[in-house]
Design a protein around this ligand. Structure first.
Ligand code: ATP
Length: 202
């Protein structure tokens, strides 16, 4: 899947709607200190389902909303939209009918985050799985943050394995297994309840 466009509004320093066209090949972001280079990468990770405010350099997720400056008021929401060319049909089955995928995440103060895929509200987990399956998740090794190379070298084997699993595109299987386990547990509880009811009827 090819990322083709990133749109931000009210996200960190990008208070005004900003659109970036992502061409094929390697993309570099250059600019003076503090101009928002890291914020752009964070916007990419955020729309892919990042859940850790700490890894977005904040204490709570609402910290991604433009906080205001001397001359501009704070915003009430932030929105990031990522457009993906799915011409090669590599998206998971649920999304694979679309040639273009538009994934957006919006956060509103005191109302949390919502996700949409091509305008339809979607669970965070489904968005995370969409990217995990294609090896491009929020923690994808394709996005190299400052200090990450050192972290990788010093990582314990288990942590290093997680990075390799993500690169191999199998990280989504863990999320699916977790979902399946939850469903299995719920079914087991229903069975136990049913046995109790049958027991009282006998
Ligand atoms: P460097 O080259 O020093 O790493 P950078 O280009 O990566 O810098 P960023 O770290 O992306 O820059 O951007 C930092 C800027 O973003 C700072 O000016 C900071 O005040 C601003 N910023 C971060 N969060 C918010 C927010 N919620 N609201 C407004 N501005 C913010």
């Amino acid at each position: 899947m090819q990322f083709t466009r990133l749109r931000l509004s009210g996200f960190k320093s990008f208070v005004d709607p900003t659109e970036l066209v992502i061409e094929k090949g390697l993309t570099g972001v250059v600019g003076p200190n503090g101009c928002g280079k890291s914020n752009l990468l964070e916007a990419l990770r955020w729309v892919m389902g990042e859940t850790s405010p700490k890894s977005m350099r904040g204490t709570g997720m609402e910290d991604v909303i433009f906080a205001g400056t001397d001359s501009r008021n704070a915003r009430h929401f932030a929105e990031v939209t990522l457009t993906i060319d799915n011409g090669a049909r590599r998206a998971p089955a649920a999304f694979n009918e679309f040639e273009l995928l538009e994934i957006s995440r919006r956060i509103q103060r005191e109302a949390g985050s919502t996700y949409r895929v091509n305008g339809k509200e979607t669970r965070a987990r489904d968005v995370q799985i969409l990217f995990a399956d294609t090896g491009t998740g929020a923690n994808s090794p394709a996005l190299v943050r400052q200090g990450q190379i050192g972290q990788l070298i010093n990582a314990k084997p288990k942590a290093r394995r997680l990075i390799l699993e993500e690169a191999a595109g199998i990280a989504g299987l863990h999320s699916r297994r977790h979902e399946a386990e939850l469903r299995l547990r719920a079914a087991e509880q229903n069975l136990t309840r049913l046995e109790d009811v049958i027991g009282t009827l006998e």
